[in-house]
Design a protein around this ligand. Structure first.
Ligand code: GDP
Ligand code: IMO
Ligand code: MG
Length: 460
């Protein structure tokens, strides 16, 4: 046998728990990620089930994410810090795949600590994550505003330019930031190059680079105690029999490779990103859970085959309070898209789906669901690769009867109206993926876990 890997004693579909070859340790490490264009309700789901895991690890993105968690009257919006931080005693990891704006991180830490959430003792920040600077925000502002350039409608946080520097191998990582002498020289040389480029492009504006550098040196001292090799920490924890939940940000349709490029974010939001973004191997991960709304939303530009323009979109936005958690922008709303979900299920290998915000559809007499695509009357089976083609897709709808009664807060599957159960069954049949969990409100207890589901098995 080559290398050290998990040995599955039984076929995976029968017994999901792998036994580690080295220590005969049971593993139950699970990825939870967005299956649409973000804002599916990942924060609520991760917070709720974090209780059953030892560690929650974010693997990509930055403070473009906004994960909302309600605990009673208290509302938390997590941006860089994993939603698991709200569970006392759980470890929260910011993996190497993230880009970190230290000012945003420290402000998030301060807000949480002021609300009584202990952060600094439970948070572990990867020494290999990349550092985001004000220059990245400025570059983004200039490129998004440039005439002739496609505007993506980004969150204006500088995420794209920071990942650009990472891939171009001129990024500054957390470990570099902590090495003051090295950081000073590295920062000055990188910024010198940026100034030359900005001047050549005629987009240079005066900026106090030295002041920014000194500010970052001060940030470094505050984050230093939380920084470590998080890949080593996670792998050791797994060897010790601890369980890890990987929390995705954004959604698969915003993934840099698999999303509606170029209307995407600059990181790997899909399941593969969990491995590269934390340094935990695929052989150590037992399941992937996709979070999806009972309908669909998108913030920013880009194609959206099932967008509802006829007033129904406004009704969904109003009932679902669909405004961005980070930017406050109104979210574009539309109907559940089966081919899109089948596409993202394929990319991620979903074991089970979580359907959130079922309650938002309570007052619709009928609910259109997109069951296929056509272009010029011809069926389109695979998700096209280009925006031009996706924009041409005509959604083919089937109307499913609504249930016209409240599902808000229901926590037992049997208590759902029968037509709501039919809607869930319709989604399961058409997507080919089990719906193992249903969310009926923003709070923890407004959630149904289906008995005997693969979801229940993985979540423990
Ligand atoms: P995330 O980015 O995927 O974590 O999602 P967001 O937090 O950006 O957006 C989801 C919003 O829906 C938040 O305001 C949640 O509090 C809310 N939410 C989550 N699940 C439900 C649900 O089942 N019903 C309702 N009505 N709201 C929900
Ligand atoms: P969560 O984790 C929804 C969108 C932006 C824009 C595109 C690129 O809360 O689901 P960026 O600033 O990342 O370069 O913007 O991606 N976007 C999100 N949309 N939810 C998010 O995060 C998002 N993060 C980025 O609106 O269209
Ligand atoms: Mg969000």
């Amino acid at each position: 046998m080559g290398g050290v890997g998990p040995v599955f004693l039984f076929p995976r579909s029968d017994v999901p728990i792998a036994v580690d070859w080295i220590g005969l340790v049971k593993m139950r490490n699970v990825i939870i990620l967005g299956s649409q264009w973000g804002d599916e309700g990942k924060g609520k789901i991760v917070d709720l089930f974090a209780e059953r895991f030892d560690i929650v690890a974010r693997y990509q993105g930055g403070h473009n994410a906004g994960h909302t968690v309600f605990i009673g009257e208290k509302k938390f919006v997590l941006k860089l810090i994993p939603s698991g931080i709200l569970r006392p005693g759980k470890k929260a990891v910011i993996g190497n795949g993230l880009v970190i704006d230290p000012a945003a991180l420290l402000s998030e830490i301060d807000t949480l600590q002021a609300a009584g959430v202990p952060v600094t003792s439970n948070l572990f920040i990867s020494n290999r994550a990349h550092v985001l600077f004000p220059e990245h925000r400025m570059m983004e502002k200039m490129s998004e505003g440039r005439e002739g350039r496609i505007s993506i409608g980004t969150t204006s946080r500088g995420i794209g330019p920071c990942y650009e520097d990472k891939i171009a191998r001129r990024g500054i990582r957390v470990a570099d930031l902590l090495n003051t002498e090295f950081f000073r020289a590295q920062y000055d040389s990188i910024m010198e190059e940026k100034v030359v480029i900005a001047k050549a492009l005629g987009i240079y504006s005066e900026i106090d680079l030295r002041a920014i550098r000194e500010e970052y040196e001060a940030f470094a001292e505050r984050i230093r105690p939380m920084v470590c090799d998080t890949a080593a920490l996670l792998n050791q924890a797994i060897r010790d029999g601890k369980t890890v939940m990987f929390e995705g940000a954004q959604g698969t349709m915003l993934d840099i490779d698999h999303g509606t490029y170029p209307f995407v974010t600059s990181s790997s939001a899909s399941a593969g990103g969990a491995c590269t973004g934390t340094g935990v191997a695929p052989t150590r991960i037992q399941g992937v859970l996709g979070v999806s709304k009972a309908y669909i939303t998108r913030v920013g530009g880009g194609p959206f085959p099932t967008e509802a323009f006829d007033g129904a979109g406004d009704r969904i936005r109003e009932r679902g309070k669909e405004f961005g958690a980070v930017t406050g922008r109104p979210r574009r709303c539309g109907w559940f898209d089966v081919p899109l979900l089948r596409y993202t299920a394929n990319i991620n290998g979903f074991d089970s789906l979580v359907i959130t915000k079922l309650d938002v559809l309570d007052e619709f007499d009928t609910i259109p669901v997109c069951v296929g695509y056509k272009i010029n009357g011809k069926d389109v089976v695979d998700m096209p690769p280009t925006v031009a083609e996706i924009e041409k897709l005509e959604a083919v709808y089937e109307c499913v009867p609504g249930w016209s009664s409240s599902t808000f807060g229901i926590s037992k599957y049997d208590e759902l109206p029968s037509k709501a159960k039919d809607y869930i069954a319709f989604l399961e049949n058409r997507t080919g993926v089990e719906v193992g969990c249903v969310s009926t409100g923003p709070e923890r207890n407004q959630t149904i876990v289906r008995a005997g589901s693969r979801f229940e098995e993985l979540i423990g």
